[in-house]
Design a protein around this ligand. Structure first.
Ligand SMILES: [Zn+2]
Length: 201
Protein backbone atom coordinates (compact mmCIF):
# COMPACT_ATOMS: atom_id res chain seq x y z
CA UNK A 1 0.00 0.00 0.00
CA UNK A 2 1.28 3.46 -0.86
CA UNK A 3 1.84 5.80 2.06
CA UNK A 4 -0.17 8.98 2.23
CA UNK A 5 2.17 12.00 2.03
CA UNK A 6 2.07 13.93 5.30
CA UNK A 7 3.38 17.47 5.72
CA UNK A 8 4.06 18.89 9.15
CA UNK A 9 5.76 22.03 10.38
CA UNK A 10 9.00 21.31 12.23
CA UNK A 11 11.21 24.18 13.36
CA UNK A 12 9.23 26.66 11.23
CA UNK A 13 9.53 24.57 8.07
CA UNK A 14 6.98 22.38 6.33
CA UNK A 15 8.46 18.94 6.11
CA UNK A 16 7.43 15.64 4.65
CA UNK A 17 6.96 13.42 7.71
CA UNK A 18 6.17 9.84 8.52
CA UNK A 19 4.64 8.05 11.47
CA UNK A 20 6.27 5.46 13.66
CA UNK A 21 3.86 3.54 15.89
CA UNK A 22 5.30 2.12 19.10
CA UNK A 23 3.98 1.10 22.51
CA UNK A 24 4.39 2.13 26.13
CA UNK A 25 5.68 -0.69 28.26
CA UNK A 26 3.86 0.68 31.30
CA UNK A 27 0.46 -0.52 30.08
CA UNK A 28 1.19 -1.76 26.55
CA UNK A 29 -0.71 1.19 25.13
CA UNK A 30 -0.10 2.80 21.76
CA UNK A 31 2.49 5.52 21.24
CA UNK A 32 3.20 7.39 17.99
CA UNK A 33 6.28 9.21 16.75
CA UNK A 34 6.51 11.69 13.89
CA UNK A 35 9.81 11.88 12.04
CA UNK A 36 11.20 13.51 8.93
CA UNK A 37 10.78 11.35 5.84
CA UNK A 38 14.11 10.00 4.73
CA UNK A 39 15.59 10.10 8.22
CA UNK A 40 14.70 7.68 10.98
CA UNK A 41 12.78 7.71 14.20
CA UNK A 42 16.12 8.15 16.00
CA UNK A 43 16.69 11.45 14.16
CA UNK A 44 17.01 14.49 16.44
CA UNK A 45 13.94 16.09 14.85
CA UNK A 46 11.65 13.17 15.58
CA UNK A 47 9.17 13.61 18.38
CA UNK A 48 6.41 11.76 20.18
CA UNK A 49 2.86 13.01 19.75
CA UNK A 50 1.33 10.77 22.40
CA UNK A 51 1.74 10.43 26.11
CA UNK A 52 1.49 7.53 28.50
CA UNK A 53 -1.37 7.90 30.95
CA UNK A 54 -2.70 5.45 33.49
CA UNK A 55 -6.17 5.56 31.97
CA UNK A 56 -8.22 3.08 30.00
CA UNK A 57 -7.69 3.06 26.26
CA UNK A 58 -9.27 1.04 23.51
CA UNK A 59 -7.35 -0.58 20.65
CA UNK A 60 -5.49 1.96 18.47
CA UNK A 61 -6.39 4.77 20.86
CA UNK A 62 -3.78 7.05 22.41
CA UNK A 63 -3.74 10.28 24.38
CA UNK A 64 -2.32 13.13 22.35
CA UNK A 65 0.44 15.17 23.95
CA UNK A 66 -1.13 18.58 23.36
CA UNK A 67 1.15 19.95 26.08
CA UNK A 68 4.22 19.48 23.90
CA UNK A 69 2.71 19.45 20.41
CA UNK A 70 -0.01 22.09 20.78
CA UNK A 71 -3.76 21.56 20.50
CA UNK A 72 -3.68 21.99 16.70
CA UNK A 73 -2.10 18.59 16.28
CA UNK A 74 -5.46 16.92 16.84
CA UNK A 75 -6.90 18.94 13.94
CA UNK A 76 -3.86 18.05 11.84
CA UNK A 77 -4.33 14.34 12.55
CA UNK A 78 -8.00 14.50 11.59
CA UNK A 79 -7.45 16.60 8.47
CA UNK A 80 -4.86 14.13 7.25
CA UNK A 81 -7.23 11.24 7.70
CA UNK A 82 -5.19 9.56 10.42
CA UNK A 83 -8.19 8.93 12.64
CA UNK A 84 -10.66 10.70 14.87
CA UNK A 85 -10.66 12.34 18.29
CA UNK A 86 -12.97 10.28 20.49
CA UNK A 87 -14.12 13.30 22.48
CA UNK A 88 -12.84 11.78 25.70
CA UNK A 89 -10.23 13.72 27.65
CA UNK A 90 -8.08 12.76 30.60
CA UNK A 91 -6.77 15.35 33.01
CA UNK A 92 -3.20 14.95 34.23
CA UNK A 93 -1.62 17.79 36.14
CA UNK A 94 -2.74 21.00 34.46
CA UNK A 95 -3.26 19.42 31.08
CA UNK A 96 -6.33 17.80 29.59
CA UNK A 97 -5.19 15.19 27.07
CA UNK A 98 -7.59 14.29 24.24
CA UNK A 99 -7.97 10.68 23.29
CA UNK A 100 -7.47 9.91 19.61
CA UNK A 101 -8.47 6.80 17.71
CA UNK A 102 -5.90 6.10 15.00
CA UNK A 103 -7.03 4.45 11.80
CA UNK A 104 -5.51 0.98 11.90
CA UNK A 105 -5.04 0.80 8.13
CA UNK A 106 -2.92 3.99 8.28
CA UNK A 107 -0.80 2.66 11.13
CA UNK A 108 -0.32 -0.53 9.17
CA UNK A 109 1.16 1.50 6.32
CA UNK A 110 3.85 2.54 8.80
CA UNK A 111 4.05 -0.71 10.67
CA UNK A 112 7.20 -2.06 12.31
CA UNK A 113 8.09 -4.71 14.88
CA UNK A 114 6.72 -2.56 17.71
CA UNK A 115 3.31 -2.01 16.18
CA UNK A 116 3.16 -5.70 15.25
CA UNK A 117 3.85 -6.53 18.90
CA UNK A 118 1.21 -4.03 20.02
CA UNK A 119 -1.41 -5.67 17.79
CA UNK A 120 -0.43 -9.10 19.06
CA UNK A 121 -0.95 -7.96 22.63
CA UNK A 122 -4.29 -6.43 21.72
CA UNK A 123 -5.41 -9.80 20.38
CA UNK A 124 -4.90 -11.30 23.83
CA UNK A 125 -7.45 -8.92 25.31
CA UNK A 126 -11.17 -9.58 25.46
CA UNK A 127 -13.60 -6.76 24.79
CA UNK A 128 -13.80 -5.69 28.43
CA UNK A 129 -10.21 -6.33 29.44
CA UNK A 130 -7.01 -4.37 29.74
CA UNK A 131 -3.40 -4.94 30.68
CA UNK A 132 -2.14 -4.16 34.13
CA UNK A 133 1.65 -4.41 34.12
CA UNK A 134 3.59 -4.37 37.32
CA UNK A 135 7.17 -5.19 38.14
CA UNK A 136 8.35 -6.61 41.41
CA UNK A 137 10.11 -4.04 43.56
CA UNK A 138 12.72 -6.56 44.62
CA UNK A 139 13.61 -8.67 41.58
CA UNK A 140 12.30 -6.19 38.93
CA UNK A 141 10.68 -9.04 37.02
CA UNK A 142 7.70 -7.84 35.01
CA UNK A 143 4.25 -9.36 35.39
CA UNK A 144 1.71 -8.52 32.70
CA UNK A 145 -1.75 -9.25 34.07
CA UNK A 146 -4.95 -9.15 32.09
CA UNK A 147 -7.81 -7.76 34.15
CA UNK A 148 -11.33 -6.56 33.48
CA UNK A 149 -11.76 -2.86 32.73
CA UNK A 150 -14.10 -2.71 35.71
CA UNK A 151 -11.47 -4.12 38.09
CA UNK A 152 -8.84 -1.83 36.59
CA UNK A 153 -11.07 1.20 37.22
CA UNK A 154 -11.61 0.10 40.83
CA UNK A 155 -7.88 -0.47 41.21
CA UNK A 156 -7.14 3.10 40.08
CA UNK A 157 -9.46 4.36 42.82
CA UNK A 158 -7.81 2.00 45.30
CA UNK A 159 -4.39 3.44 44.43
CA UNK A 160 -5.73 6.87 45.22
CA UNK A 161 -6.91 5.74 48.61
CA UNK A 162 -10.37 4.22 48.12
CA UNK A 163 -11.05 1.79 51.01
CA UNK A 164 -11.36 -1.39 48.93
CA UNK A 165 -9.76 -4.69 49.74
CA UNK A 166 -7.42 -5.97 47.06
CA UNK A 167 -9.16 -9.40 47.09
CA UNK A 168 -12.50 -7.69 46.40
CA UNK A 169 -11.06 -5.89 43.38
CA UNK A 170 -9.35 -8.95 41.95
CA UNK A 171 -11.19 -12.06 43.20
CA UNK A 172 -9.90 -14.05 40.21
CA UNK A 173 -6.19 -13.36 40.80
CA UNK A 174 -3.93 -15.52 42.93
CA UNK A 175 -2.62 -14.31 46.27
CA UNK A 176 0.80 -13.89 44.71
CA UNK A 177 -0.55 -11.68 41.96
CA UNK A 178 -2.55 -9.63 44.45
CA UNK A 179 0.62 -9.12 46.51
CA UNK A 180 2.18 -7.52 43.50
CA UNK A 181 -0.73 -5.09 43.21
CA UNK A 182 -1.43 -4.39 46.87
CA UNK A 183 -0.76 -0.91 48.17
CA UNK A 184 2.55 -0.77 49.98
CA UNK A 185 3.60 -4.26 48.85
CA UNK A 186 4.55 -4.54 45.18
CA UNK A 187 6.44 -7.78 45.63
CA UNK A 188 6.13 -10.92 43.55
CA UNK A 189 5.24 -14.24 45.07
CA UNK A 190 8.69 -15.79 44.98
CA UNK A 191 10.36 -12.71 46.50
CA UNK A 192 7.60 -12.63 49.12
CA UNK A 193 8.20 -16.28 50.00
CA UNK A 194 11.92 -15.74 50.20
CA UNK A 195 11.46 -12.74 52.45
CA UNK A 196 9.32 -14.61 54.92
CA UNK A 197 11.08 -17.94 54.71
CA UNK A 198 11.92 -19.52 58.01
CA UNK A 199 15.65 -19.25 58.38
CA UNK A 200 17.49 -21.42 59.06
CA UNK A 201 15.01 -24.15 58.19
ZN1 LIG B 1 10.26 -10.52 42.77
Amino acid sequence: MKEKKLMYQIGGQMMHVQLYPVYYLFNRSLGVYIYKAGSGVDDEDSFVITCCLDAPQAKNCAYIDVNNCGADIVKWLEENGLGKATGRKVQSGYVSYPEFLFDESILLEYTNEFYAQYLKWQEELGEEQEFLIRSCEICSKEFPLIVSKKAAAMYREYQEGAPYLIQDIFPELSNGERGLLARGQGICESCFKEMFALFPN
